[in-house]
Write a protein that binds this ligand. Structure first.
Ligand code: 0X9
Ligand code: ZN
Length: 300
């Protein structure tokens, strides 16, 4: 079974998904959305009790866009675990379909296990340096702010928008999937609930709604553990950076509830949160997912 006392390799994540589809075929289905540059499978899990409602809302969650942010895939795995294996959470899948991509940059993730714990990017070969920051590679205000055209930079945006197969796979899957009402992308670290826009100091028309909902999520998380998040637009509370998946999900895919969740940090570098802290983070964050689900249910 799956453990939350340790981090999981990419293959163990996919093995768990395969195990779930065998054990719970009536509520779980898998789709391989394409392979990474090094031919690892990128697998999404759809969790649903099925429905007669053709417009059943979907919440899409991804994790692991940045390789070193190991707590993100762990949090996605716990969400999957709770939605599928804990019958007390049945109500969360009866009226909402969840689609979760727990490992969005598998090559980078594996490289952060085997070669460089602090690897952030993809691993596609360059001339001087390898890899591109997938969260600067999306085609919305690409390369305008907070991104680099130097391939050795940690925020290298790529030779062109969607130069990376991993970001193209994610793009194509989101664009072909109907009824996505919320897009949540898991990162670390810093305890931020970030909404668009991240490309510059402008706000989307529904920013008050995004702010209010973010505050509700923060309240729910704080109530379980005391952990406090800062809520705001990426540009206003963090920094401006264009070409990220969140801005693209809103600006191009047209999803209007969009958040980058920067989970808590720890360890020596912030990204290397000790495994002993996984349990606390995943449990408190699950309370936040419930708030998103309630909101989508009642307002979309
Ligand atoms: O810089 C990023 O890509 C994210 N922070 S991280 O430390 N995980 O790298 C923040 C992205 C926020 N969204 C936008 N700037 N659009
Ligand atoms: Zn990140």
């Amino acid at each position: 079974r799956i453990s939350f006392t340790q981090y999981q390799r990419h293959s163990a994540i996919n093995d768990y998904l395969t195990e779930l589809v065998k054990q719970y075929p009536s509520i779980v289905s898998l789709e391989n959305i394409g392979q990474s540059y090094q031919k690892r499978d990128m697998v999404v899990i759809r969790i649903s009790t099925g429905s007669s409602n053709p417009a059943k809302p979907v919440i899409f969650v991804d994790a692991g866009i940045h390789a070193r942010e190991w707590i993100a895939p762990a949090t996605a795995l716990y969400l999957i675990n709770q939605l599928v294996e804990n019958s007390a959470n049945r109500y969360l899948i009866e009226n909402i379909d969840w689609i979760i991509l727990p490992s969005a940059n598998p090559d980078g993730y594996e490289y952060s296990w085997t070669n460089d714990r602090l690897w952030r990017k993809t691993v596609s070969p360059g001339t001087l340096c390898n890899g591109c920051d997938p969260n600067r590679n999306f085609d919305f205000h690409w390369m305008e702010t907070g991104a680099s055209s130097w391939e050795c930079s940690e925020t290298y945006a790529g030779s062109r928008a969607f130069s990376e197969v991993e970001t193209r796979n994610l793009r194509d899957y989101i664009l072909k999937t109907p009824n996505i009402k919320a897009y949540l992308t898991l990162h670390s670290y810093g305890q931020y609930l970030l909404y668009p826009w991240g490309y510059g100091n402008v706000l989307p028309s529904n920013w008050r709604e995004l702010d209010d909902l973010g505050q509700k999520v923060n309240d729910a998380i704080r109530a379980v553990s005391g952990t406090r998040y800062t809520v705001g637009s990426s540009t206003q509370v963090l920094y401006a950076a264009a070409g990220a998946s969140d801005d693209w999900a809103m600006g191009v895919a047209g999803i209007d509830l969009v958040y980058t969740i920067e989970l808590p940090g720890g360890g020596s570098y912030g990204f290397d949160l000790p495994a002993s802290r996984i349990q606390g983070v995943v449990v408190e964050t699950f309370e936040g997912f419930k708030v998103y689900a309630d909101y989508v249910l009642n307002n979309r």
